[in-house]
Design a protein around this ligand. Structure first.
Ligand code: GRF
Length: 214
């Protein structure tokens, strides 16, 4: 057996974008709160014609979110919907739903969306909302998943793309990548390696979900 690098990730199911070609450009609406590196990976997969999709709108909720810079690079239209402007989660989700629909969005991609999704959005896009989480679900749900894995002393963690559901980080899993925890890992070093895998599996998981569930 040859030497397998310790940080090589195991992706399950072992599907690549080439395995699940989409016959027409699926319309993705992206929700992002932060740096938007996952959005960037999806936009790059589209730009390089590996993922047959378009992003008619990216919704963000933090006026200073770094994702805005990436969206400008890819020429994606952005729309600020700030939850602080609404009196309830439901009212905010209704505004998001209206925006997505008005842009012809078919699938919703939560790419670092730091908000709990309500029934309003879940019903509006039933079984059409995907989320990415930095752990091997069902382990380490919720916030600080990377820190939770380090604190637990597990030797392998990773990332999961799954359907969004009312219960946080609990919907059906579409694709996962396992990432070994290395001696001396900090939350930052481990999260950086997990993100490399997130960027690999998110575009492929989108294609897989669209192919299997459309
Ligand atoms: C990712 O680690 C994702 O798993 C989690 O939030 C982070 C978002 O990163 N839900 P980015 O904004 O896509 O860089």
């Amino acid at each position: 057996m040859g030497n397998v690098p310790l940080d090589s990730a195991l992706i399950s199911p072992p599907v690549t974008l080439a395995d699940v070609p989409l016959s027409r450009p699926v319309q993705l609406g992206v929700l992002a709160s932060g740096s938007g590196s996952n959005y960037g990976a999806i936009a790059q997969a589209i730009a390089s014609q590996q993922l047959n999709a378009e992003i008619p709108v990216l919704i963000y909720n933090n006026p200073k979110a770094k994702v805005l810079e990436r969206a400008a690079q890819f020429g994606t239209k952005t729309q600020l919907i700030n939850h602080r402007d609404f009196t309830s989660r439901e009212a905010c989700d209704q505004a998001i739903l209206d925006c997505l629909r008005s842009h012809g969005v078919e699938w919703v991609i939560m790419a670092g969306w730091m908000r709990i999704v309500t029934e309003v959005l879940l019903r509006g896009y039933e079984s059409r909302i995907l989320n990415i989480h930095p752990s091997l679900l069902p382990s380490f749900k919720g916030i600080r998943a990377v820190e939770q894995a380090l604190d637990a002393g597990v030797k392998v963690t990773g990332c999961s793309v799954h359907f969004a559901s009312l219960e946080v980080d609990s919907g059906d899993i579409i694709m996962q990548a396992a990432v070994p925890i290395l001696p001396g890992d900090t939350p930052e070093t481990l999260h950086a390696r997990i993100q490399v895998q997130e960027h690999r599996i998110f575009p492929a998981a989108i294609a897989l979900a669209v192919t299997q569930y459309s």
